[in-house]
Design a protein. Structure first.
Length: 317
């Protein structure tokens, strides 16, 4: 194995030491396993309004700043990039504070709690010339990448229909206590679409498939939940959303369904992408992460199952 090329060090701090703050710290911890990556993040700071949330990060040897006010963290000169993972209603204020502090921004979805906030963040980032990214990780899985390549190749023929979905089921438990993601005031009026929409829209948008028409079916299924203190609280976000859209592809109107659901029985973080054409079709679901399905029109119509791991082994990767 050849020696890795030298990597430029990027000093990163995290604002929001919750689920995703811990997740990104774990990803940085495994960074050395990436090949041919020109940069190496060094996690050097963390900030949360809840001091107890900082404790988990004390096991990360590279962290030297533990703050409870994000302005203190942003004033520190030895930080290049800030990852922000806080409730959605705080995204605009904190993202703008990061950009104005002169640091680059690794943002979380949604990019602002609503369209107005998203535009204000985008405009300030381009006015200041800062580097900003927000992303969904699912399109980078091998099966999703293959689906993207095939869908963009033109080999599918005339597209008949497209389905993109992200499905959860843990909210089916009515005893699950409420949290900020189930409150419109903090999650945003778009509810589950704010939470899961980027995962569903990412691949279609990268393919250039922008809906021209849209019909939404939105559901609020449980309207109350335990408040975690022995009482009950209003749960006012949309739980499930199905968007029936029309996308102009190759000059033809193609039906595309975007599904974002917190109550989809048996589904646990399932990301699905399917595009059916007159000549070929592709189907990939994280429920079967190594399995890639290809439909080919021939004398007989068949779905072909490809084991992605076997394919990688054959290629010597
Ligand atoms: N990319 C993904 O797959 C994915 C998955 C889950 C969540 N998310 C996104 O990550 C973000 C955070 O979600 P989470 O699940 O980590 O939430 P979480 O509730 O687990 O953590 C949020 C943290 O932010 C802290 N916080 C609140 N206000 C703050 C402030 N002013 N300054 C500093 N810290 C503050 C809270 O104390 C909490 O510890 C959201 O935007 C969410 O949509 C992304």
């Amino acid at each position: 194995m050849s020696a890795a090329a030298p990597q430029a060090k990027v000093r990163v701090a995290v604002i929001g030491a919750g689920l995703m703050g811990r997740e990104v710290a774990s990803a940085f911890g495994r960074w050395f396993s990436l090949l041919d990556c020109p940069v190496a993040p060094e996690l050097c700071g963390v900030c949360d309004v809840n001091p107890a949330a900082l404790d988990w990060f004390r096991q990360v040897p590279s962290i030297r700043h533990f703050d409870t006010d994000h302005r203190t963290l942003l004033a520190r000169p030895d930080i290049d990039v800030v990852y922000v993972a806080v409730p959605h209603d705080l995204h605009e204020a904190l993202y703008l504070d990061v950009l104005r502090s002169g640091k680059d921004l690794f943002a979380e979805k949604p990019f602002g709690v609503d369209l107005g906030a998203a535009r204000r963040i985008r405009d300030e980032a381009s006015r200041l010339g800062r580097f900003v990214r927000v992303s969904s990780e699912f399109p980078f899985l091998p099966g999703a990448r293959r689906a993207f390549r095939m869908a963009s190749s033109g080999d599918l023929g005339r597209l008949i229909e497209v389905r993109s979905a992200f499905l959860h089921s843990s909210d089916l438990d009515p005893s699950k206590p409420i949290n900020w993601k189930r409150r419109s005031a903090q999650c945003g009026e778009a509810g589950v679409m704010n939470d899961l929409g980027l995962h569903v829209a990412h691949l279609p948008l990268r393919l250039g498939w922008r809906p021209s028409h849209l019909h939404a079916q939105l559901q609020k299924i449980y309207t109350t939940r335990p408040d975690g203190k022995g009482g009950t609280a209003a749960c006012d976000t949309w739980d499930n959303a199905v968007l029936h859209t029309t996308v102009p592809i190759g000059g033809e109107p193609v039906p595309m369904t975007l599904e974002m659901k917190r109550m989809a029985p048996t589904e646990t973080n399932t990301w699905i992408f399917e595009a059916l054409g007159t000549d070929m079709g592709v189907r990939y679901s994280t429920k079967e992460p190594k399995t890639f399905w290809t439909f080919r029109r021939g004398k007989e119509q068949t779905w072909e199952k490809t084991d992605l791991a076997a394919g990688l082994a054959k290629a010597g990767k």
